[in-house]
Ligand binder design. Structure first.
Ligand code: PHE
Length: 399
């Protein structure tokens, strides 16, 4: 089923005519293999299974996000199948690793759609990577559901692109209000990863929220995700004497930033968004991340029967591991898709898209959500604080 089998006939055809018989047999064989490949390809919904594609950062710098969202997605697929599947068929998940690298999402999503023939795509967590894959899904009329990409531009690509998470105009406002009203910060600094669409967007919405809440942004600095030395910018931030610093980065960078801020004596609260939520933040950051705050999608210690059931099932499936927000959102993305396939009574792209768009209310692990006309989930955010190396629930903020 490799592409190489398609390029072979040209080579065979140029061989000596005395090899004609062998060549004919070879071509018949190729035809048979090709036929099988096509049967596998065209048939996202044919046969006994419905093929669902997933792309995730299973390796590379945001690996904990991809692994979590994949594990949550996998658990949902297993539960759906154990309950009889959808439309009388089992769901089959085909997962591709995009290695946390730009360029890979387009490769792997093209493959999932053109070669494997999936009926829908689940992914990605990072907005930059979702934005790379979205135009391919849109052009192929294959619905895509992002579990956790919060930049507004993701779903602006077109009417086949959905998400089961809130968007950053909301998340930015939540943290701006928290800084102003709860932390009583009058002056804030903003430290943005200019390599990430997520970071740039969230920084912008946070600043707008601060202006509305009556605060002042006293310092704005940039870094590039993956940098190791942040001391120059952090010194400039310290000199501006903010009451809090907003760092809309992802966990590895944030941990290093927290360590260096502490070394420089910049001890005001650091605050951030859902890019912080990984155990790795604490593993790398240690004491330096203690006491800081971030917004995210759900709290695993919330007292809701839906959350408890999910946390128990996940722990049982994955050796006692507690599911983080990306795991819960991966789970929700697959459940949301299965629900729409049932209502559509079909896996055809346009029908599936209509059913997804028609979702009025969906009871997700990450909270009750409705679908906006822009195909974004409208739902609550939670604020967490790092305490004794764990993430402790602070409050829920409704949209
Ligand atoms: N919600 C974030 C995003 O849309 C999640 C994330 C943050 C992923 C940072 C990777 C890095 O991109």
């Amino acid at each position: 089923m490799k592409n190489t089998s398609i390029s072979r006939p040209a080579v065979v055809a140029s061989e000596d005519a005395s090899h004609g018989m062998r060549r004919a047999r070879f071509l018949v064989l190729l035809g048979a293999v090709g036929g099988l490949a096509l049967a596998g390809c065209g048939g996202g919904a044919s046969g006994d299974t419905i093929l669902v594609g997933e792309f995730a950062s299973l390796t590379g710098k945001e690996a904990t996000f991809g692994i979590s969202s994949h594990e949550g997605t996998q658990l949902a697929i297993e539960e759906i199948n154990a309950a009889g599947g959808v439309l009388g068929k089992k769901l089959e998940l085909k997962t591709e690793d995009d290695q946390s690298k730009a360029g890979e999402p387009a490769n792997v999503v093209n493959k999932l759609i053109s070669k494997d023939g999936v009926v829908a795509i689940l992914g990605e967590v990072a907005s930059s990577r979702s934005m790379e894959a979205a135009p391919i899904c849109q052009q192929s009329s294959i619905p895509m559901i992002s579990p956790a990409s919060t930049n507004p531009k993701v779903t602006e690509t077109g009417d086949y692109i959905f998400r089961v998470c809130f968007i950053d105009p909301f998340q930015g406002t939540v943290m701006a209000n928290f800084a102003t009203n709860t932390l009583k910060a009058k002056k804030v600094a903003v430290f943005t990863d200019v390599k990430s669409d997520y970071s740039k967007g969230l920084a912008k919405f946070f600043k707008e929220g601060i202006a509305k809440a009556g605060g002042t942004v006293v310092s704005e600095l940039d870094f590039n995700g993956g940098d190791k030395d942040f001391k120059g910018q952090l010194t400039a931030i310290k000199n501006a004497a903010p009451d809090a610093v907003f760092v809309p980065g992802y966990y590895t960078d944030v941990a290093l930033i927290a360590i260096q801020a502490k070394q420089l004596g910049l001890t005001v609260p650091l605050i951030g968004g859902d890019g912080w939520e990984s155990d790795t933040l604490v593993k790398i950051g240690g004491d330096a991340v203690e006491g800081h705050y971030f917004s995210t999608h759900y709290a695993s210690d919330a007292a809701s029967p839906k959350v408890t059931a999910f946390v128990d099932a996940y722990k049982k499936r994955y050796n006692g591991k507690v599911p983080d927000a990306m795991a819960a959102l991966g789970y929700d993305s697959a459940m949301f898709l299965a629900d729409a396939i049932k209502r559509a009574e079909s896996t055809e792209g346009p029908k599936l898209r209509d059913a997804l768009a028609a979702t009025k209310e969906f009871d997700a692990v990450t909270g009750k959500m409705s679908m906006s006309a822009q195909r974004d989930a409208v739902k609550s955010a939670v604020i967490m604080q790092v305490k004794e190396g764990k993430f402790k629930f602070v409050e829920t903020v409704a949209p």
